[in-house]
Write a protein that binds this ligand. Structure first.
Ligand code: CTP
Ligand code: CA
Length: 239
């Protein structure tokens, strides 16, 4: 199959993709959220469908139209996303976690709207929000899989690089920590913004020292390259 083309190399496969960004409610009208548009995960899902896969897209607050033929499961919070991924992963050959999952959620949910004056004794006081950790959904899928090879588990990580390491070094450490099979490291920062159309990624594979570099290119073109790398992992040369 020519690189970057759209052959039908996923026809035998069921693929589960998460996208969007979770929202963690504080009260009926407010939430903590993030800037993920869901475009990259949508492109990953749509390219898989174009290449013949049966695709389920678990979509956290996605506000974009989805190509027909893709089964969409809408969710809001990290806990809802976890429940859907946990229930569905074992029925799929490949799981790609593109969603931006909130690492924390408010410890308490107020059943009625939080009022500006929440303490009558101190009318000008501002409340504090206590956060608790959300579960690591991808790491949970790795443990639930046990020693089995299926589903192949693919993570995504947006990294800027910092004083503790380069984008690739941080990606390698995250791949080892998560225990997934592939990690798509997305270079962010320096004019590369959330919601932008062009992106650059490096695909890391557990047990391999090399990286597959893709882009800068459209999210659609980058998704073609990601599926090329996933297919290579599903069917290693010579097997
Ligand atoms: N992820 C997840 N559950 C979480 C957080 C992240 O499944 N609670 C998944 C994301 O969907 C992504 C991968 O883990 O596929 C990496 O997410 P990232 O936020 O980069 O990793 P973290 O372990 O949360 O590390 P960091 O401190 O860099 O945020
Ligand atoms: Ca995180």
């Amino acid at each position: 199959r020519p690189e970057g083309g759209s052959g039908h190399d996923l026809t035998e496969h069921a693929v589960l993709v998460s996208t969007g960004g979770t929202r963690e409610p504080l009260d009926p009208v407010r939430y903590l959220g993030n800037r993920s548009s869901g475009k990259q995960g949508l492109a990953v899902a749509e390219v898989a469908a174009a290449r013949g896969a049966r695709v389920t897209l678990v979509a956290a607050n996605l506000e974009l139209p989805v190509a027909p033929g893709i089964d969409v499961v809408p969710v809001e919070t990290a806990l809802e996303l976890q429940a859907e991924m946990d229930a569905r992963a074992a029925d799929h050959d490949v799981v790609v976690m593109v969603a931006a999952v909130a690492d924390f959620r408010p410890a308490d949910y107020a059943a009625s709207k939080i009022k500006k004056t929440h303490d009558p004794a101190d009318p000008d006081a501002a409340p504090s929000i206590t956060l608790v950790r959300n579960p690591d959904i991808l790491a949970g899928l790795v443990s639930a899989r046990g020693g089995a090879a299926s589903p192949l588990l693919v993570g995504f990580a947006a990294e800027t690089g910092d004083e503790t390491g380069s984008v690739l070094e941080l990606g390698r450490a995250k791949l080892a920590r998560k225990g997934c099979d592939l990690l798509v490291v997305n270079e962010v920062g320096a004019g590369l913004t959330f919601g932008a159309d062009d992106t650059t990624v490096h695909v890391l594979t557990r047990g391999r020292d090399d990286a597959v570099d893709i882009g800068p290119a459209s999210k659609r073109a980058v998704s073609e390259g990601i599926w090329d790398a996933v297919v290579a992992s599903l069917h290693p040369a010579g097997l």
